[in-house]
Design a binder for this molecule. Structure first.
Ligand code: ADP
Ligand code: DAR
Length: 350
């Protein structure tokens, strides 16, 4: 057991960890461990080592969310606006969307991607799995994926032994995860890399599944253009088929459980790559608009990356306390507002 002294946080640390870990909570939790041996030390290490974290904590298993609730609950409320008395509801019906293609001419939206994180019921989360458990997860998930038919049928490519030029091209083309970053590393999510990790995708690369990255599955639907309903429909079909043979880790209150608390609930990130050069030149206005629709701005290579050529990754920020349909509808409504403002700025500059 790691006997921990209260961590030193820099003056400019703004993570949800340093804002919510009081000395009182620390003293209460520092000597506790879950049935899988997950400790407070492991849970907070990423945010202690990386003081530029936005969140700074990762759960090692489902039990961590109850054993360390005095730290996780305020972080969850801070990020999602979801209190310890709230209950998550899931609603995965694409027919409930009101989302005709917002950019049929393709003047703004380059591509649409919707992903969910999932973990396996009965297994620890990534920070606490053993190498044997991770291999068992890979085997179970790949068996389920190889049974998919029609437009979802495809091939699994383990990261171990993958040709470096193929791997880097898949990352560059936005299909494959980047090698685990320092935040994931300090959380124990990169252990035994690249063992047990890989990617499944169909021939068109419109349906993909990441295996054993930050979560045990990242189920992804994506395609060029702005047909959000088609992307969502493909994703829901895939989720329903996979869940028939792979039991997902689900909590009545927190929804689908993930290692990072920002992904709890729907564990869904619905995004577009969208060209907004005028808005990009006025970030205060851009941010005000995205905040209004609970949207997040990322760079062209996802988290911790920069935009290029005025292209941004815009996605829903809230994932818990909203349904999957609301995540996608929030994104859609926000895109309409962003495109309209971009047009106004362009007209004004003519
Ligand atoms: P995640 O979305 O899985 O949490 P990231 O933000 O790191 O992880 O994004 C993963 C990859 O998905 C990155 O290469 C990113 O460029 C790509 N991506 C995200 N949204 C889109 C999109 N709408 N179109 C194409 N690629 C996208
Ligand atoms: N680096 C972590 C990321 C938090 C949200 N993103 C995830 N889970 N990929 C941080 O605390 O900044």
């Amino acid at each position: 057991m790691n006997t921990l002294s209260f961590p030193e946080f820099n003056q400019d640390c703004f993570s949800l960890l340093c804002r919510n870990l009081s000395k009182k909570v620390f003293e209460k939790l520092k000597d506790k461990a879950t049935g899988n041996g997950c400790t407070l030390y492991q849970t907070i290490n990423s945010g202690v080592v990386n003081q530029d974290s936005s969140v700074g904590v990762y759960a090692g298993d489902a039990e961590s969310y109850t054993l360390f609730a005095e730290l996780f609950d305020p972080i969850i409320e801070d990020y999602h606006g979801f209190s310890s008395k709230d209950k998550h509801l899931s609603y995965l019906d694409p027919s409930a969307l009101i989302s005709p293609n917002p950019d049929p001419e393709g003047a703004y939206i380059l591509s649409t991607r919707i992903r969910v994180g999932r973990n396996i019921a009965g297994m620890p989360l990534g920070p606490a799995v053993t190498i044997e458990q991770r291999n068992e997860i890979e085997g179970q998930v790949v068996k389920a994926l190889n049974s998919l038919t029609g437009g979802l049928s495809g091939t699994y490519y383990p990261l171990s032994g993958m040709d470096e030029s193929i791997r880097s091209r898949l990352v560059e083309d936005h299909f494959l995860f980047k090698p685990g970053d320092r935040f994931l590393d300090a959380a124990g999510l990169n252990r035994d890399w690249p063992n047990g990790r890989g990617i499944f995708h169909n021939a068109e690369k419109t349906f993909l599944v990441w295996v054993n990255e930050e979560d045990q599955l990242r189920i992804i639907s994506m395609q060029p253009g702005g047909d959000i309903e088609a992307v969502f429909t493909r994703l829901v079909t895939a989720i329903m088929k996979i869940e028939k043979s792979v039991p997902f880790l689900f909590d009545e209150r927190l929804g689908y459980l993930t290692s990072c608390p920002t992904n709890l609930g729907t564990a869904m990130r619905a995004s577009v790559h969208i060209r907004l050069p005028q808005l990009g030149a006025d970030m205060p206005v851009f941010k005000k608009l995205t905040d209004l629709f609970h949207l997040q701005i990322r760079g062209i290579h996802g988290e911790h990356s920069e935009s290029e050529r005025g292209i941004y990754d815009i996605s829903n920020k809230k994932r818990l306390g909203v349904t999957e349909v609301e995540c996608v509808q929030n994104l859609y409504n926000g895109i309409i507002a962003l495109i309209n403002r971009e047009k106004e700025f362009a007209a004004a500059s003519d």
